[in-house]
Design a protein around this ligand. Structure first.
Ligand code: ACM
Length: 538
């Protein structure tokens, strides 16, 4: 069955090429000056690029076809058509047999080629007449679509073609990720961000092949996710934020909306409920949870380490069971993050007792536990994951226990660290992180953890100093684009001088997306993309 559908697709493909050949005599051929696929401004840098120095002309006579074996390939095709529409205003048909005159085609093909290693691998074959994107899964096809989007020039070449045309350099791209987990984190607890803000961030991250968004949903200053069985968490605990503004929270419907939006972009959401410390907002809502011996009050400051759950009370675990159950039920991704950082007022044996118990609750609801690196001190299962942010000792201990580690060292990967002393937002307790420092390091060797124990890289964005999307973008962009390359591209393919040029060329995209990025002076930002000059012959 699959073979017969696939061969039908190939018949279609050859049919299209022949059709184009028949039409050719009547068409004016457009000759592009040397186009070089290997010098395109792709981020993250693909594994292998083989240029053939010609161009595919994307125009209104281009149509998109996809394998019909798996409906999700057609959805990826429609996603590409939507993005081409917003970039070029061309409305390309997807899997239409009556698409009018079709001169060139983009074919998104489900392939069982042995060369495609892993679900996210893809191959892109670009010739003058056709673009073939091969992937085993629609996830791989989606990653390849991001590469293709980046290859479409920001401006058309209108000089010689009768209709606007966007030349795409020809050649072959063979690609797959270096790490399976490529993430960013957004702290919606210190300051709350709206569903639309989160969606915009997801959209931008997906363009750079980031596949995980970790939401820090709770902290001392706010509880930001509706829990139906404990309603005061959001009624009381969600009512304020750092600086005393109104706060806010996601209803479960809002959260599902974010999850679905991310899922359409092949990105998972990792919910974090930070505990046993960082729990003041929960304890204000339900004082029975509190374990620091003080009467909890709403907190609008930025100190850390003063709160804890009472780790020896059954009610606390009944509460956590409800929270993990409700959130896990609306989280399709495999992970649940329990925080576990900076529990400075929890006794060490209570902390270990707590993490051991909560790990079992997370597993009961079918999720793999992630915790900040401190959790490695507990008697933890090797299926759980440690997120290295501070202590190399903890990270190495996690790896020794057979756990996978997510690499997020504050000194290198924290998006809330200031660029320099003049930065408008951010903190600098770990470091100043200019754009080059953010990029020039190796997650593979940073903490001495064997590569096979590294799940991936995540760049967290804490929100003590930012309260709206413009400020979020100022800290995240352009650095998060570098983290996408640190997690997708191999070490051999990463090079600051080369990256710097490709990064400079992201400005037109960011401008079009209205991203208020930090215009670092280390980068020679491009005003607009290079436009092709073409000559036409009869
Ligand atoms: C952290 O920055 N406290 C994980």
């Amino acid at each position: 069955m699959i073979k017969s559908i696939l061969s039908k697709s190939l018949v279609l493909l050859f049919g299209m090429t022949l059709f184009y050949a028949c039409q050719k005599g009547k068409m004016k051929e457009i000759i592009f000056p040397s186009t070089d696929l290997s010098s395109e401004n792709l981020i993250p840098k693909p594994l292998k690029i083989i240029p053939t120095h010609n161009a595919f002309g994307l125009d209104h006579t281009t149509a998109i076809y996809t394998s019909q074996t798996d409906k999700s390939f057609e959805e990826v095709g429609s996603f590409l058509a939507d993005k081409i529409k917003s970039k070029t205003n061309l409305r390309l048909a997807v899997n239409k047999t009556d698409a009018g005159q079709v001169n060139r085609m983009i074919f998104i093909n489900q392939s069982d080629s042995e060369e495609l290693e892993g679900p996210e691998a893809y191959q892109l074959y670009i010739s003058k007449d056709s673009i073939i994107l091969n992937a085993k899964t629609s996830e791989g096809a989606f990653r390849g679509v991001q590469t293709l989007r980046q290859l479409i020039p920001e401006t058309s070449n209108d000089t010689l073609a009768e209709m606007p045309l966007w030349p795409i350099a020809t050649g072959k791209i063979l690609d797959k990720p270096n790490f399976e987990y490529r993430g960013s984190m957004l702290d919606v607890a210190r300051h709350f961000f709206s569903v639309d803000d989160v969606k915009k961030y997801i959209d931008l991250l997906a363009y750079y092949k980031i596949n995980a968004l970790h939401l820090h949903l709770t902290d001392d200053q706010g509880w930001r996710i509706e829990i139906k069985s404990w309603p005061k968490l959001t009624e009381v605990g969600g009512s304020t934020e750092v600086g005393g503004e109104a706060g806010g929270f996601f209803t479960q419907e809002d959260y599902k909306d974010i999850v679905a939006y991310a899922q359409q972009r092949y990105m998972i959401i990792i919910p974090e409920i930070d505990m046993p410390g960082h729990t003041n907002a929960a304890s204000v809502s339900y004082p029975i949870l509190n374990g620091n011996g003080k009467t909890p009050k709403l907190y609008e400051g930025t100190a850390v380490g003063f709160s804890t759950f009472d780790t020896r009370k059954d009610t606390v675990y009944a509460f956590i069971d409800d929270v993990v159950r409700e959130i896990s039920a609306i989280t399709p991704g495999p992970y649940f993050h329990i925080g576990g950082d900076e529990s400075h007022v929890t006794k060490k044996n209570d902390y270990i007792f707590f993490v051991n118990k909560v790990e079992k609750i997370v597993q009961k609801y079918g999720k793999r536990m992630i915790g900040w690196d401190e959790v490695a001190q507990a008697d933890i299962d090797n299926s759980s994951i440690a997120q290295f942010w501070d202590s190399e000792k903890n990270a190495i201990e996690a790896s020794r226990k057979g756990m996978k580690v997510i690499i997020s060292p504050a000194k290198k990967a924290y998006l809330d660290m200031q660029y320099d002393t003049l930065s408008k937002h951010g903190l600098h307790w770990a470091a100043y992180i200019p754009v080059d420092t953010a990029y020039v390091w190796s997650p593979e060797s940073y903490a001495g953890i064997p590569k096979e124990n590294i799940l991936g890289v995540e760049a967290p964005l804490w929100s003590e100093t930012i309260s709206n999307i413009d400020e979020l973008e100022y800290l995240a962009f352009p650095r998060v684009i570098g983290y996408s390359e640190l997690s997708w591209s191999t070490e051999e393919n990463r090079n600051w001088e080369n990256f710097k040029v490709r990064l400079a060329n992201q400005a037109p995209y960011m401008d079009r997306m209205n991203v208020k990025f930090y215009p670092s002076k280390l980068i020679d930002w491009k005003e607009s993309r290079f436009t092709y000059k073409t000559i036409q012959k009869d």
